[in-house]
Design a protein around this ligand. Structure first.
Ligand SMILES: [Ca+2]
Length: 580
C-alpha cells in the first residue's frame, strides 16, 4: 500500500508537471491540447500473429501501421494472455485476469471453477475500467468493435465506461452479415450504446463499418474542449476470413511458395529489421505438414488462397487505420494523439470446418472460388498460423511465446520517442497504468467511487517510452499468468512455463525467450534452484489472485462439449459461454 501511495503521488505530480509543459508547448493547437492531455486511440487486432505486420517482418502490406512503428516505439518482447477475453480484461483494467473475472474462459471452464469468485466469465464489478477512469477525468470515451467481456446491460461497453459504442458481444461473427460463425450458437448480438442492434446495413463489412462509427463518434464531439479515448477492436483477423475481393486479388499467387518459405523469408526480414536475433534454428511448425510434402496441387491451391484472404483482410484493416489517421490529421488532432497498436494473442491454428464439417457445409459456401466473399467461410490452419507467429512456437491458447508474444507499437504525442525499437519485457496489464499516467489521471489503489476495487498490478511504461528508462520491469519483478492450466512466470529474462493438453504435457520448462524466442533450449535441468524459486513465485501469485487450478484430468476439448450443453437456451444470461 505504501508503495502504491507513493506511486500515486508521483504519478499525479508528474501528470501536473506534464500538463504545464504541454500547456506551454501546445497552447495554440486546439482545445484538447490546451488541456495538456493527449487523445488516445487504442487499436486491438484479433488473432494476428507476431510476424504479420510489415514492421515485424511480414510481406503483407501494412504501410500505415509501419508508419506508426517508424514514428513511435516498437516493442519486440511484449506479452498478452494467450487468448481473447483474459487479454481484453487485463488490458482495460491493469488487473490480472483471475481478479477481473476471466480466470478461465467460460467455454472451457472446468467444473470446479464454475461459480467461483474470479471465474464469472465476464468482466466483474471489482475492477474499475480504463474508460471509466478517463471519462470521470473529463475524456470522451468511444468504442467500436468486438467487446466479448459481458453481454447484459450491466456489462456491455455502455455500462463499463464508454459514452458511445457500437460493439459485438460474441468472440467473433461473420464479417458481411449478422450471422454466427460457430455451430454451438445461432445468435449474434450487437449493441449500440444500451440498445440492441436488430439489423446491420446491407453493405456492411465489419472493419470498414467500425472505422466509420469511430470517426463519427470522434467528429460529433470534436471542438468541445475535451480530449478523447477511442478503442478500436476490429474482428480482423478472427475467422471467418473475409474481405472485399480487391484485397484478395492483391495477394493472388503470393502464397504459392508455401508456409515454410514464407516463414523463412519473414525471419530473414526480422533479422534485417532488428526485430529478432540472427542465427536462430527454427523448429518445424507444430501440427503442420511440410509444404513440400502436400500431395495434391489442389490442396496447395486452396491453402495458398486461404492465406491470400488472411493477408487481404489485414491489408484492409491497415487501410482503415490509415483512414482513421487521416481523419485525425484533417481535424488537427494528429499531433496530440497517442496511438497504441497491438494484437490480443498469438495466431490461431484451429480449423473449425474440419471439426464440424456438416454445419459449415450447411451454412457457408466452402468453395475455392467464393473463399473470402459474403456467404463463405475459411480459416487458415496451423501451417500459416506458424508463419504468422515466426519465429515463435505454438499458437493462441499456449503459454509458449507463440501464444503470448505480440506486436505492440506506441506512437504519437505525450513525449513518446520516435523510431525506437525496444526488447524490454512488457505485459498487457502495463497498458492501463501507462495510459493513465499519460493522461495525468491517478491510478486507483484499492477503492474507487466509494467501492473496493482491485489495485492495478501492471507498471507504467511511460519512462521507457520517453527514454528516461530502458525497462518497464526491474530484474526482480515477477509477472505471472495462467489460463486453463497453461501458465508462465517471467522474471529477470527467464520464463518458466507449462502447457496443458492439447499443447503440452503439464511439465514446467525454463527458457530465456529474448535469446531463444522459439523456446528450443530447456534450461530447467541445469537451474534447479531458479526453477524452484519461480515455482514458489507462481504459488504466491496463485494465492494472491485466488487461482483455482484445473483438475489433473482436465481437457479443454471435452470440457467445451460439456459447457456447450450447459449453454442451451440461455444465451442472454451473463454467465453463458461465448466461444473464443
Ligand atoms: Ca483473439
Amino acid at each position: 500500500m505504501v508503495h502504491q501511495s507513493i506511486r500515486y503521488i508521483r504519478s499525479a505530480m508528474f501528470g501536473a508537471f506534464l500538463c504545464s509543459l504541454l500547456l506551454l508547448a501546445c497552447s495554440a493547437s486546439g482545445p484538447a491540447s490546451a488541456a495538456g492531455r493527449p487523445n488516445i486511440v487504442m487499436i486491438l487486432l484479433d488473432d494476428v500473429g507476431f510476424a504479420d505486420i510489415g514492421a515485424y517482418g511480414s510481406e503483407i502490406s501494412t504501410p500505415n501501421i509501419d508508419r506508426l512503428a517508424a514514428e513511435g516505439v516498437q516493442f519486440t518482447n511484449f506479452h498478452t494472455a494467450a487468448a481473447c477475453t483474459p487479454t481484453r480484461g487485463m488490458m482495460l483494467t491493469g488487473v490480472d485476469n483471475h481478479l477481473v473475472g476471466m480466470g478461465n474462459m467460460l467455454e472451457i471452464m472446468a467444473d470446479n471453477q464454475f461459480g467461483q469468485p474470479g471465474y464469472e466469465g465476464f468482466m466483474g464489478y471489482s475492477v474499475v475500467t480504463l474508460p471509466t477512469l478517463l471519462k470521470d477525468a473529463g475524456y470522451h470515451t468511444y468504442m467500436a468493435g468486438k467487446w466479448h467481456l459481458g453481454k447484459t446491460k450491466k456489462s456491455i461497453p455502455a455500462a463499463r465506461g464508454f459514452e458511445r459504442s457500437f460493439s459485438l458481444m460474441e468472440s467473433g461473427a461473420d464479417n458481411f452479415e449478422k450471422k454466427s460463425y460457430l455451430p454451438m450458437y445461432d445468435f449474434v448480438h450487437f449493441y449500440e450504446d444500451f440498445e440492441q442492434v436488430d439489423k446491420l446495413p446491407d453493405d456492411w463489412f465489419s472493419t470498414d463499418y467500425y472505422t466509420d462509427r469511430l470517426i463519427e463518434y470522434i467528429g460529433k464531439d470534436h471542438g468541445d474542449g475535451k480530449p478523447f479515448f477511442a478503442y478500436f477492436a476490429p474482428q480482423a483477423n478472427h475467422y471467418p476470413l473475409q474481405v472485399p475481393d480487391e484485397y484478395i486479388e492483391k495477394y493472388a499467387g503470393v502464397y504459392d511458395v508455401g508456409w515454410d518459405e514464407i516463414r523463412a523469408r519473414r525471419y530473414a526480414r526480422q533479422v534485417e529489421l532488428g526485430v529478432m536475433p540472427a542465427g536462430l534454428t527454427l523448429p518445424p511448425i507444430a501440427a503442420a505438414r511440410k509444404w513440400d510434402s502436400l500431395a495434391s496441387v489442389e490442396d496447395r491451391r486452396r491453402y495458398a488462397k486461404r492465406m491470400a484472404v488472411y493477408a487481404g483482410m489485414l491489408d484492409n484493416l491497415d487501410a482503415n487505420v490509415g483512414r482513421l489517421l487521416a481523419y485525425l490529421e484533417k481535424i488537427g488532432e494528429a499531433d496530440n494523439t497517442v496511438i497504441v497498436f497491438m494484437t490480443d494473442n498469438g495466431a490461431d491454428n484451429n480449423e473449425q470446418w474440419k471439426i464440424f464439417p456438416d454445419w459449415y457445409a450447411a451454412n457457408f459456401d466452402l468453395s475455392y472460388e467464393r473463399m473470402g466473399q459474403r456467404g463463405s467461410y475459411t480459416d487458415y490452419g496451423p501451417g500459416w498460423a506458424g508463419a504468422s507467429g515466426t519465429p515463435l512456437t505454438l499458437f493462441k491458447g499456449a503459454a509458449s511465446e507463440g501464444g503470448m508474444r505480440v506486436p505492440l507499437i506506441i506512437s504519437g504525442a505525450a513525449g513518446v520517442r520516435s523510431g525506437v525499437k525496444t526488447d524490454a519485457f512488457g505485459f498487457v496489464t502495463d497498458l492501463t497504468p501507462t495510459l493513465l499516467e499519460m493522461a495525468g489521471v491517478p491510478v486507483p489503489t484499492g477503492s474507487y467511487g466509494g467501492k473496493d476495487v482491485h489495485p492495478i498490478m501492471g507498471k507504467s511504461a511511460l519512462g521507457l517510452l520517453r527514454g528516461e528508462k530502458n525497462h518497464i520491469h526491474g530484474p526482480n519483478d515477477v509477472v505471472a499468468y495462467e489460463m486453463a492450466g497453461s501458465a508462465a512466470v517471467f522474471r529477470g529474462g527467464y520464463k518458466l512455463f507449462r502447457n496443458n493438453p492439447p499443447f503440452g504435457d503439464r511439465q514446467w520448462r525454463l527458457y530465456r525467450p529474448l535469446e531463444d524466442p522459439a523456446e528450443t533450449q530447456n534450461l530447467a535441468g541445469s537451474n534447479p534452484k531458479l526453477v524452484a524459486d519461480l515455482k514458489a513465485e507462481y504459488a504466491r501469485f496463485s494465492k494472491e489472485v485466488n487461482l483455482i487450478e484445473v483438475p489433473d484430468d482436465y481437457n479443454p476439448i471435452t470440457q467445451i462439449q460439456k459447457n456447450a450443453a450447459r449453454n442451451q437456451g440461455k444465451e442472454m444470461l451473463e454467465s453463458v459461454p461465448i466461444l473464443d
